[in-house]
Ligand binder design. Structure first.
Ligand code: AHR
Length: 306
């Protein structure tokens, strides 16, 4: 019949120049801006046309963005799915239209879609390990501070789910810590500040804040300062992302430790696409390596942070 069998991934024909979609989730932070720039720079270097969309923080808009890329006949779609479940229909629609999808930085629900069957691969960090690494730093360096407020990322997103899992498991395994509260700040600075403010009022004895990204950590620093507390000294502040502002905050003593989440996807994304076009086998997960910043290396690493 010539149609795609259910478990078949659409092939990517060999071409000199491709028209490629990149469906971004939002652009409200330096991490997203660095990721977009890396994708645009690499597409530019290769002379490919990049159809870029910004879902502005709406999973529904991101689904519509992918549908519009399908209608425009792009050769392949890079998708950074805002949340694990709502983007499944977009992945399936592209597959049905014969357009391969590569997931960037965030994953979709693994019970509902599979790498190698529904999409080519997931390129990104190990978010569970990021949460675990920051918890392990706390276990070693807490200086008697054990009462934790956790600022979670976007509800239903793979980094929020996994950074919580890795952190909570390591803290529980170590024993002696109390998670006073854990609430979403949607990966956003002002939301993070507001949530930190409310949680600090409800739990004035908190002496550790773990934020799932730099934006919320910077919001938490503002909330701590407004409450007359010294971030990094009275309250340990931990973050994930490792952008310049956060690494500078480590140098300044306001953040105690940050796990990097590397946003420079461009080279790896297009290299993976080229391999796929050649018919090479692609792993289900193309993993990014993340650095770690604390007072021992933050000043030396500052210039390398995005
Ligand atoms: O998916 C990666 C996360 O999304 C980053 O930690 C965050 O800053 C971004 O919005």
């Amino acid at each position: 019949t010539g149609g795609l069998a259910l478990a078949d991934l659409p092939p990517l024909p060999a071409k000199d120049k491709y028209k490629v979609g990149f469906a971004q989730t939002e652009s409200n932070n330096p991490w997203r801006i660095a990721q977009t720039k890396s994708m645009q720079d690499e597409a530019g270097k290769l002379g490919y046309q990049l159809v870029y969309t910004d879902a502005a923080g709406s999973a529904a808009k991101q689904v519509a963005d992918v549908n519009s890329m399908i209608a425009q006949g792009v050769d392949l779609i890079f998708l950074a799915p805002r949340e694990e479940k709502p983007l499944i229909p977009a992945v399936m629609a592209a597959k049905k239209a014969g357009i391969p999808v590569i997931l960037l930085d965030r994953n979709v629900d693994q019970a509902l879609a599979k790498a190698g069957e529904d999409y080519v691969t997931f390129i990104g960090s190990d978010f569970v390990d990021e949460g675990k690494r920051i918890a392990e730093w706390l276990v070693k360096n807490n200086g008697g501070k054990t009462k934790i407020i956790q600022l979670e990322g976007t509800t239903g997103s793979s980094p929020a789910n996994d950074r919580k899992k890795g952190f909570d498991e390591a803290i529980n395994a170590a024993g002696g810590f109390t998670l006073l509260a854990s609430q979403s700040g949607d990966f956003a600075r002002d939301k993070g500040r507001q949530v930190a403010e409310a949680l600090l009022q409800a739990h004035p004895d908190a002496d550790v804040i773990y934020a799932h990204n730099d934006e919320m950590a910077m919001g938490a620093i503002a909330a701590l300062e407004a409450a007359g507390k010294k971030p990094g000294t009275d309250v340990i502040v931990l973050s994930i992302d490792g952008g310049k502002e956060a690494v500078q905050a480590v140098v300044d003593g306001k953040i105690n430790a940050v796990v990097e989440c590397n946003p420079r996807f461009g080279p790896k994304a297009f290299e993976t696409m080229a391999k796929y076009a050649k018919g090479e086998k692609i792993d289900a997960w193309v993993k990014n390596d993340d650095k770690f910043y604390d007072p021992s290396n933050a000043a030396a690493e500052l210039a390398n942070a995005y």
